[in-house]
Design a protein around this ligand. Structure first.
Ligand code: ZN
Length: 183
């Protein structure tokens, strides 16, 4: 849960960061930035500001704007057998700042992420890729991954096949994808 004031502050920060990064956006898009705390009520540590530019049955185009050291918890995008959908294939392309990304594979020694102790138990994949501007990564469906912004924050494009937020699986059972705004 976050307060309306926290949400507004995060949105304002994200808007300024996005513009500073050189993204060209319409003014109306400021109010479309979603502030997600993943239900943990620690927005500075765990969360994301997400501008969705397109989401249809085939593609999803979003910009993630992360504050310094903000972490998106470990998750995967499962298949939907009934529809013959293999799950979301996700492309992350760093536009500004730095993103420390972790996925399945050989564990990286001395990783650069700094998750809080409270989150560490639910981060089980540690194959690190550091994304700097113009670095890009393609994630296969249904593979575990998580990421954390570097010290300046990060602006990252995420271009994928159909988004599956309602069925995405999170390693941490405390996660709730819908953010509750305190009234
Ligand atoms: Zn993902």
């Amino acid at each position: 849960m976050i307060t309306r004031e926290q949400m507004q502050r995060a949105r304002d920060w994200a808007w300024q960061a996005a513009k500073k990064s050189g993204l060209v956006l319409k003014d109306v898009e400021q109010d479309q930035i979603e502030v997600a705390d993943f239900g943990l009520s620690r927005l500075d540590q765990v969360g994301a500001q997400i501008l969705t530019l397109e989401a249809n049955a085939w593609v999803s185009i979003k910009v993630l704007i992360l504050s310094p050291w903000q972490l998106e918890p470990q998750h995967r995008h499962p298949p939907c057998a009934a529809e013959g959908y293999p799950g979301k294939t996700e492309v992350l392309r760093c536009w500004w700042g730095r993103l420390f990304h972790y996925h399945e594979g050989l564990e990286t020694g001395s990783p650069q992420a700094r998750p809080s102790e409270e989150d560490r138990d639910y981060l089980t994949v540690w194959n690190e890729t550091v994304l700097r501007p113009a670095d890009q990564l393609t994630l296969a469906p249904n593979t575990w991954h998580w990421f954390q912004a570097g010290p300046e924050g990060a602006v990252v494009w995420t271009i994928s096949s159909r988004a599956t937020e309602a069925v995405d699986q999170w390693m941490d059972p405390r996660i709730r994808r819908t953010t509750v705004i305190a009234s």
